[in-house]
Write a protein of this length. Structure first.
Length: 268
């Protein structure tokens, strides 16, 4: 059961969603978060059930992958199956000669036949956020070939090797912009957010070592860099998924179901 405070927030978010004009398109922002991004599928289903029309999607990391698959015409259930059946850490992806433990480009075999070749061939516009590792600035890809920007957006630094696009190295979009509202700031359309990186509330006993404090501080710092952006959205659903690792594909089904339950808790 959800506490009274959370239920109040949910009711407020529900009311905002249900008051949206079905004749006015929305822009959707999907955060990064690895396997936790299966939660985005639950919100996409809610948006479909409400009869809301999506004008465009902006995504980072796993959110960019969901955006690319969805805009390529895959259903939410088909995308969920990809999450469930995709292990991020296959032995065959190991690399000893690239700047990451795993070769990101080998990951392409999983998605290259499931997404459109170019942005222009998609069913709706999307923006794929990747981090320029040489200039330290985010880039929002929205035209040209699609595969490399998606791979780059998902390339967690130190784990997956960066992707070279036009001789520039790009990595995980979440490094510099994990909740990419920037493409929609001047659009004039309502922005709906889906955020899966809410940090956990800790007890003193859970912060009783240096390592635990430092680890939690890094989560808080990352969250604080993104949460102010919620003020620019009509509504942002922040899913309580901190107890999931986000790196294990075996969690995908549980994350999806938990997210559906979370949304259903404020269904009319």
């Amino acid at each position: 059961m959800l506490c009274v405070k959370i239920k109040k927030v949910l009711k407020n978010n529900r009311d905002k969603l249900y008051r949206l004009d079905k004749n006015s398109p929305i822009n959707l922002v999907l955060s990064g978060g690895g396997m936790k991004c299966a939660a985005h599928l639950a919100l996409l289903e809610k948006i479909e059930a409400l009869g809301l029309k999506i004008n465009a999607i902006s995504g980072s990391s796993g959110g960019a992958l969901v955006a690319a698959l969805y805009a390529s015409g895959l259903s939410t259930q088909e995308i969920l199956e990809i999450f469930k059946n995709t292990s991020l850490f296959k032995f065959s992806y190991l690399s000893i000669v690239k700047a990451g433990l795993f070769d990101t480009f080998l990951f392409k075999s999983i998605i290259e036949n499931k997404i459109k070749n170019k942005f222009g061939a998609l069913n709706l516009p999307i923006y794929v956020t990747a981090s320029n590792m040489q200039t330290g600035k985010p880039r929002y890809f929205c035209k040209g070939k699609l595969l490399k920007p998606v791979l780059a957006s998902c390339a967690i630094p130190g784990i997956f090797s960066p992707i070279s696009i036009n001789k520039v190295l790009y990595s995980d979009g979440g490094i510099l912009d994990n909740f990419p509202i920037q493409p929609f700031i001047k659009s004039g359309l309502p922005i709906i957010g889906s955020y899966v990186s809410e940090p956990a509330v800790k007890t003193p006993e859970q912060l009783n070592t240096t390592l635990k404090v430092v680890a939690h501080a890094s989560y808080l710092r990352a969250h604080s860099a993104e949460s102010f952006k919620f003020n620019f959205t009509k509504v942002t659903i922040s899913f309580p998924l901190s107890h999931y690792s986000g790196l294990d594909n075996k969690e995908a089904e549980k994350i999806y179901k938990a997210s559906k339950d979370y949304l259903d808790d404020f269904s009319i």
